[in-house]
Design a protein around this ligand. Structure first.
Ligand SMILES: C[C@H](N)C(=O)N[C@@H](Cc1c[nH]cn1)C(=O)O
Ligand SMILES: [Zn+2]
Ligand SMILES: [Zn+2]
Length: 478
């Protein structure tokens, strides 16, 4: 393999300008689930496209059409497809990432403006929405390309890119795009791809780099309850009308137990318990209850048994209640009866669960529980979005190359993990391209993705950029 000292040295000596570029990306409020921010998501797509072009990537912004959201017809952000290198003697690696982010407000409890990358010099942490999910990892790939271009270092593989701006909001339009590109055969963007690499998840703990061979799927719902024609005074109408919020909290309380058991009949039952052999996989992982409680920021773990905590995150489904739209949530003590409320929850799915086989169970259960309330209000259940789970065999050269790269950069062997989160497009790549997909995380388990004070450690950004580059070189020689 080529001597990569110059490459790693370049990454080290250009760390400050890489952080500055990450700051530019974080400053674009590319929140895909907020209609008011759609132009920012599109602007972020153009920013990324421009950066790729500067690094010689041939790109095309793919129009994914429009969709209905928050009572508006909105243009979907473009998917960016890209190509660099076409040498038949080299392997071809497809890189996926997403340039949209979750919502964030200073008032949610951030210590600094979420859209200003804030460097804490004492801890080496880079705070900002998208720093770890997924702008930091995407920019890690740009760092690799820049280093190779500046050093006139030959890229060891051909690269294909697929970056989307709707991952945090159902990846709308992307599956269809991939399938239509695959159908084009040798004229499609993905022709000749040998493997896929996705850097969009996190190490399990704060110490040990990981390789991830599974993701949970997701099915996301909103339960909308209506009745009164407008918000009401609780003094004038309390105990005289059926209240939508009361119905909603009763229904929501029937979804999941305090120990995480899903109460919807048939959902938990679809998943077989682990045998002794599988349980040992979790025993071997370097993890503790202290790790989960550190990452959660409180002593709130459901179980004190490490294996059960790990399996709760990786190989069992989970149901989480996310919020209530229409509820009074301001400061003060408004005595209102909200006329219309929408409760949002999602279920993380594991094989063999899919939205197709779980959703009918969810809807039937909600309807039967609502009927028991004997209320005159009306309930409407909306399926918002979903994606299938994915698990692969990590005994593949793609994973072996990544493990060697981890050994070179971090001098350790990786943890082999399954991710609790979801990246719906993963299974589409695996199935439609028929190649191995590797998840190669950059950030740590305590990064707070989707949360307040999301961060990426400077060392993870810099060593992680080295890892991405060295992984490509290991792929070339494996
Ligand atoms: C793991 C990945 N970085 C991620 O955060 N994925 C999201 C995908 C999603 C689905 N609905 C909304 N976002 C996640 O797991 O929540
Ligand atoms: Zn995310
Ligand atoms: Zn992500």
């Amino acid at each position: 393999m080529a001597n990569l000292d110059k490459f790693t040295e370049y990454i080290d000596t250009h760390a400050e300008s890489f952080i500055k570029r990450l700051g530019e990306a974080v400053a674009i409020k590319s929140i895909s689930s907020d209609a008011r921010r759609r132009q920012d998501v599109i602007a972020m797509g153009h920013w990324l496209d421009n950066e790729l072009k500067k690094l010689d990537v041939e790109t095309e912004l793919m129009n994914l059409g429009t969709h209905e959201m928050q009572a508006q017809t909105l243009q979907l952000p473009p998917a960016i497809l890209g190509k660099l290198g076409n040498d038949p003697k080299k392997k071809t690696v497809l890189i996926y990432g997403h340039y949209d982010v979750q919502p964030a407000l200073l008032s949610d409890g951030w210590n600094s403006d979420p859209f200003t990358l804030t460097v804490d010099e004492a801890t080496g942490r880079l705070y900002g929405r998208g720093s770890t999910d997924d702008k930091g990892p995407i920019l890690g790939w740009l760092n690799v390309l820049e280093a190779h271009k500046s050093l006139k270092l030959d890229l060891p593989v051909n690269l294909r890119f697929c970056f989307e701006g709707m991952e945090e909001n159902g990846s709308e339009g992307l599956d269809e795009l991939i399938q239509s590109e695959v159908a084009k055969g040798k004229d499609g963007w993905f022709h000749g791809v040998d493997c896929v690499c996705i850097s969009d998840n996190y190490w399990l703990n704060t110490r040990q780099p990981a390789l991830t061979y599974g993701l949970r799927g997701i099915t996301y719902f909103s339960i909308n309850i209506t009745g009164p024609g407008q918000d009401l005074h609780s003094g004038a109408f309390g105990r005289t009308v059926h209240e939508p919020m009361t119905d909603l909290v009763k229904i929501m309380s029937k979804l999941v137990d305090h120990d995480g058991r899903i109460l919807i009949p048939g959902v938990d039952e679809m998943v077989a318990p682990p045998d002794e052999e599988e349980r040992k996989l979790y025993t071997a992982i370097d993890y503790s209850i202290a790790d989960i409680e550190h990452a959660a920021g409180g002593q709130v773990a459901i179980s004190s048994v490490k294996e059960d905590v790990l399996m709760g995150r990786m190989r069992y489904p989970s149901l989480s209640i996310h919020g209530i739209e229409g509820a009074f949530s301001e400061v003060g003590a408004k005595t209102v009866i909200p006329a219309k409320v929408g409760g949002k929850f999602s279920i993380r799915l594991v094989p063999p669960q899919t939205p197709d086989n779980v959703n009918p169970l969810v809807i039937a259960y909600l309807e039967s529980e609502f009927a028991k309330l004997n209320t005159k209000n009306k309930m409407n259940v909306t399926y918002i979005h979903g994606g299938k789970p994915w698990v692969t065999d990590p005994k593949h050269w793609n994973f072996e190359a990544a493990a060697k790269a981890i050994q070179r950069v971090f001098k350790v062997t990786p943890d082999y993990t399954r991710e609790g989160g979801s990246i719906p497009v993963t299974i589409t790549f695996a199935d439609s391209l028929g190649v191995n997909v590797l998840m190669l995380p950059m950030g740590r388990g305590d990064d707070g993705a989707h949360s307040t004070n999301e961060k990426l450690d400077r060392s993870n950004f810099i060593e992680g950029s080295k890892l991405l580059g060295i992984y490509l070189h290991e792929v070339a020689v494996i």
